[in-house]
Design a protein around this ligand. Structure first.
Ligand code: NDP
Length: 283
């Protein structure tokens, strides 16, 4: 079944399909080509990748070989941490375009903020990297620019020198991981939250409470988690390489989680996830 995915509107008035297809840990080569082809066939029009995933070339191949016109697609990639800074960001962006076989991106994100643990001048590094994204945006090579893994203090620092407000902050978001402070600050600036690991990289799927709630709607835990993101006004990026799961994860528009069940899920303790703290990571 081909599902019509709804859209969110970004703060620069660009529309973005409200469910994106995740590709982290999807190996470059036939696996990535087939996964992305399955996603396009199922009705995803939004693909999320990153230079560090190493699969941009295969994603480019899948898109080129599909019947979906480039302009119907929303394509996101991310700048890896070793490429921060003005000039190196511009070069990394060009490599990403080449690998994806396209001449523009819909969205380019700074994958992780430089943090104080690694850099005394982390604020300056992030500001220079952002300045490069602003330049790419002004030249039209990218339709929207944003951030990933930025905690409130990283975001506050960027906003001090930013000419352009980021459209998105992509952060870990799933039951037990609500990112309340980051989400509140993003809301204040009209920055959309994208949920990475909406299924907790699979760790949500065996949780009993989620299982009981999902069963009451005759849905799977995966569908419940994806729907829960949407009802929070967050954009989920479920990943799968399995065709049946890929299409199943879009079937989330035919039920609504009640306020009571939303509150139960919101109140759940941490039940697993990546555990990566942007202030602590050393990559
Ligand atoms: P998810 O939270 O989406 O979970 C994916 C796992 O769940 C895979 O093992 C997949 O298996 C399995 N799965 C998916 N759907 C189902 C289903 N319906 N039933 C049962 N199992 C299912 O994964 P990710 O951690 O990859 O996060 C999603 C995306 O977010 C990434 O792919 C990436 O695009 C982005 N991301 C961004 C980060 C950042 O720093 N900005 C960090 C991490 C992720 P299988 O594939 O075998 O079918």
């Amino acid at each position: 079944m081909h599902i019509a995915v709804k859209n969110y509107t970004l703060n620069n008035n660009i529309e973005i399909p409200a469910i994106g297809f995740g590709t982290w840990q999807t190996p470059n080569g036939e696996t990535a080509v087939q996964a992305v082809k399955s996603a396009l066939e199922a009705g995803y029009l939004h693909i999320d990748t990153a230079a560090v995933y190493g699969n941009e070339k295969s994603i480019g191949t899948a898109i080129a070989e599909s019947k979906v016109p480039r302009e119907s697609l929303f394509l996101t990639s991310k700048l890896w941490n070793t490429e921060r800074g003005f000039e190196s960001t511009l070069k990394a962006f060009d490599r990403t375009l080449r690998d994806l076989q396209t001449d523009y991106l819909d969205l380019y994100l700074i994958h992780w903020p430089a943090n104080a643990r690694q850099f005394n001048n982390w604020e300056e590094i992030n500001a220079e990297t952002w300045r490069a994204l602003e330049q790419l945006y002004k030249t039209g090579k990218v339709k929207a620019i944003g951030l990933s893994n930025f905690l409130p203090h990283h975001l506050e620092a960027i906003l001090k020198t930013a000419e352009i407000i980021p459209v998105i902050n992509q952060v870990e978001f799933h039951p037990g991981m609500l990112q309340q402070e980051t989400a509140a600050l993003c809301k204040k600036h009209n920055i959309l939250i994208e949920a990475w690991s909406p299924l907790g990289t699979g760790k949500m799927l065996t949780n009993e409470i989620l299982g009981e709630i999902a069963a009451r709607y005759a849905k799977s835990v995966a569908q419940l988690c994806i729907r829960w993101c949407l009802q929070h006004g967050v954009l989920p990026l479920p990943k799968s390489i399995t065709p049946t799961r890929i299409s199943h994860n879009l079937e989330v528009y035919d039920f609504e989680i009640t306020q009571e069940d939303m509150a139960v899920i919101d109140g759940m303790p941490y039940i697993g996830g990546s555990g990566l703290n942007p202030d602590e990571v050393d990559f």
